[in-house]
Each structure stands twice: as C-alpha cells, then as structure tokens.
Write a protein that binds this ligand. Structure first.
Ligand SMILES: Cc1cc2nc3c(=O)[nH]c(=O)nc-3n(C[C@H](O)[C@H](O)[C@H](O)COP(=O)(O)OP(=O)(O)OC[C@H]3O[C@@H](n4cnc5c(N)ncnc54)[C@H](O)[C@@H]3O)c2cc1C
Length: 404
C-alpha cells in the first residue's frame, strides 16, 4: 500500500501539491503560502543544482518577486543593465538599442534585472526553506494523478521505482516544465521542435573583448541566427547565448556542445563577436521546442503554470517571467473563491496574456533572424523609434501588474 504523505486537511487553508521545484514551482509555493495555504513541493531531482546560465528578469516578474518580500535579495543578486545595444552580426554596425536601467524602473515601476539562474533559484529556495508552511519533497517523481470531486491524489516514486507513495491535496499545481506529465491530464498535444538550438556559456569578464565589456546587454542580429550577452555575478562574468539553426532536436535539457561547431557557424561575423565566441571551452546546448498554450490551463482541481502550461521561445526572455506572473494570479484567484471556480478563473485570466506573449516571442524570433529587405525595414524602424521608443514598445509586456 502506498504511504500517504499528506492527509487532507479540510480547514480554511487549502492543501496544495506543487509538482516541480523550478523557478515556477518555488515561486508558486511562496505565493500560495503567503496567502495562507499549506504547500508541498514534489521535485524529482535529488538536489538543487542549477545550470550555468543567466536569465533576464523583466519588471513584470521582478515586481511579483518584490511583492513576495524578495526585493532586497534580488537587488543583491541581480544587476540592472543600462540598456540593450543592437548590432548587425556580420558587420558589427550599430542598428539601435533599448533603454533600460533607471528609465525602465521609472517607466514600469520595477527593475529590469539580469541574474544568474542559480542565484535566482538560491534566493527562492532560501525563502521556501524559511516558511514552515512549505514542505519540500526531493527525489520523488510524480507518476500518476487521480482526481475526485473533492481532492487530487498523486502517485510518487523514488529510488528508481523502488518506493511508492501517495500524496493527496485540495489541488495540484503542475509546474513540471516543458515535458510536463501533469499537462497530459488536461491537454494531450505534444511538443514540436523549433528547428533551433541555444548555445549558452559563461565567460569571465577579463576574457571579454574590451569593446563588449560594458554593462549593457548586447544583441547581435543575423540571418537565421543571433547572439545575446549580458554581465552577471555583479559584472564578474558575461552570460553568452547564441541561437543557431538545428536540423535534429535533442530532448536533453542542457547537453554539452563542441566549441568548434559553434565557431564554424560564426566564421563570418564581426571581429569582436568572433573573438568573444572563441573564449568558452565548453557550451551547454538546448534544443528549442514549442507547444501551444494548454487548452485548458486549469480544470477541476488541477492547474498548470510556467513551461508546463505555455512554453515560450526565448526571443523575448519571458519564459520564467510568465511563470512568475502565473503564480501571482493563481494565488489571487484562490483567495476569492472555492477551488474549482478559482482555477477556472485563473485559466481565463491567463489565457489571453500568455498567448499574446507566446506569439510575440515567435514574431521576435522571425524579426531577429530575417535578412534582405525585411531586415532593412526592421533596422529602419529601430532607428526611427530610438532606444526610448523601443522600450515603450514593450510597455504592454513590462508594465503588467497582477492588479490590472
Ligand atoms: C536558451 C534559453 C534562454 C532563456 N532565457 C530566459 C530569460 O532570459 N528570461 C526568462 O524569463 N525566461 C528565459 N527562459 C525560459 C525559462 O528558462 C523557462 O521558461 C523557465 O525556467 C520555466 O520554469 P518552470 O518552473 O516552468 O519549469 P522548469 O524550470 O523546467 O522546472 C520544472 C521542474 O519540474 C521537475 N519535474 C518535471 N517532471 C516532474 C515529475 N514528474 N515529478 C516531479 N518533478 C518533476 C523538474 O525536475 C524541474 O525541476 C529561457 C529558456 C531558454 C531555453
């Protein structure tokens, strides 16, 4: 008989099982616990080691984390780039820019940070561990879900299937990422490969070519590929991401890439960029995958959030940001009504927003990677708008608040 880990407590606060301890799952636990609910996070990994990569955390997300009491921790761990400098990948010619820093903070009421993923995870975990109302079950994989009228029961396995347990809760939040098992309960549609891969590396600041060593985020656009870089670790390192075409996708979340393969793809690029891309002697590679927004995002006593609900291609840097937004709205909906109605309201509240962001990210990818006359038009629009105009173009995205 499976051992029951959490007898259901029908008191005023809900018992919530969150599947997945990524950025979405940890934030969900904090938001739901702050609203008075008892949360259990179930994570299949046995420890928290985050991959070496950076993350841009736009104001729509940093404001939610600040509301959860993490403003000071974020200020310590993140930095605010003054802006983005956009250049042509082949010639190095400056195309345009986006003003960020204090101007973004003033315009959108919260900072635009860049941060190392491990630093963000650490500050979320520290907060989770400091809350007695949140329990973390590590090394447990959710292998099944049964829903009845008044509870949901998860089947858990650990030790490679050697041990079985069950966990019942008033509701389940599937924050189990791109290849979510919980999503299958609501929407069977699978993933499709995007035909692109993101190569990521961290370069020590002293190895960065002088021309690229400033505080700004760099964005290099070329036909079929682009590169983004920004300082992390208080400027001690540079996070570099190169997105290139890929014929055959791979399911691995972060496999090793051969540096010579990447260098060959950028043989014709501007000298400063070419020099930067020769520095890393190891790269982590992600095959990019896409999937429609789940239909529905929530039903009955099961809700999805983050990549499980709506993966976003990384051309707008919004995957984690949207997961964080989801958490604020989910907690808000649960505060106002019974579970089933609350999850229905959550699904309706999120659908339009996440579809818009998903579409905008795809469109940005096409704009980044275009060539010929459309690249000419893109560059002209960027020049006409100027860096402040470019920032205001994203007011709908960065200016989002949970109360809107
Ligand atoms: C190249 C690249 C660059 C990006 N840059 C940005 C950026 O700058 N800004 C931004 O906002 N986003 C960015 N993203 C997106 C962002 O990384 C993701 O959207 C975000 O991490 C998703 O978080 P999540 O919590 O939904 O899922 P995940 O981080 O994938 O977490 C899911 C968790 O669930 C666990 N799990 C899975 N299945 C089970 C199971 N059956 N039982 C128990 N546990 C399970 C997993 O072990 C994992 O810990 C980028 C993505 C890529 C690929």
């Amino acid at each position: 008989m499976p051992r029951s880990l959490m007898p259901r407590d029908p008191g005023p606060a809900l018992s919530v099982a969150v599947v997945g301890g990524g950025i979405g799952g940890l934030t969900a636990a904090l938001a739901l616990n702050a609203a008075g609910h008892a949360v259990t996070i179930v994570e299949r990994r046995t420890g928290f080691s985050e991959v070496g990569a950076g993350l841009q955390l736009s104001p729509n997300a940093s404001r939610v984390l600040a509301d959860l009491g993490l403003a000071a921790a974020l200020r310590r761990a993140g930095s605010e780039p003054p802006g983005v400098v956009v250049r042509a990948l082949d010639s190095g010619r400056k195309i345009g820019g986006v003003t960020l820093g204090a101007a973004a903070r003033d315009a959108f009421g919260a900072p635009y940070y860049v941060i190392h993923r491990a630093d963000l995870q650490t500050l979320l975990l520290d907060a989770v561990r400091s809350r007695p109302g949140i329990r973390l079950l590590m090394g447990r994989e959710v292998t099944g879900l049964t829903e009845t009228e008044d509870c949901v029961t998860l089947a858990l396995e650990s030790g490679n299937g050697a041990r079985s347990e069950s966990l019942s809760a008033d509701l389940v939040v599937g924050a189990d990422g791109l290849r979510s098992r919980i999503r299958g309960h609501l929407d069977p549609r699978g993933l499709s490969q995007a035909g692109m891969a993101a190569w990521r590396a961290i370069v020590p600041r002293e190895a960065v070519p002088e021309a690229l060593a400033g505080e700004a985020t760099g964005l290099w656009l070329g036909r079929g590929r682009h590169v983004v870089h920004y300082p992390i670790h208080a400027g001690r390192d540079l996070n570099v991401v190169a997105v290139v075409p890929e014929r055959q996708g791979d399911e691995d979340w972060g496999r090793l890439g051969e540096p010579a393969v990447l260098r060959a793809q950028f043989r014709d690029c501007a000298p400063d960029l070419a020099e930067l891309l020769t520095v890393p002697d190891s790269w982590l590679v992600w095959s990019l995958a896409d999937r429609p927004v789940a239909r529905p995002i929530a039903r009955g006593r099961v809700a999805l959030l983050g990549d499980a609900a709506h993966p976003v291609l990384p051309f707008l840097a919004q995957g984690a940001a949207l997961a964080i937004e989801d958490c604020a709205i989910l907690a808000q909906c649960l505060a106002a009504q019974p579970v089933v109605e609350a999850l229905d309201a959550y699904a309706r509240a999120r659908r339009r927003r996440v579809r818009r962001v998903q579409r905008a990210a795809r469109a940005n990818g096409r704009t980044y990677h275009t060539g010929g006359i459309t690249a000419f038009v893109r560059d002209a629009v960027m020049r006409r708008l100027g860096p402040d105009g470019m920032r205001e173009r994203y007011a709908w995205l960065y200016g989002w608040t949970p109360d809107a």
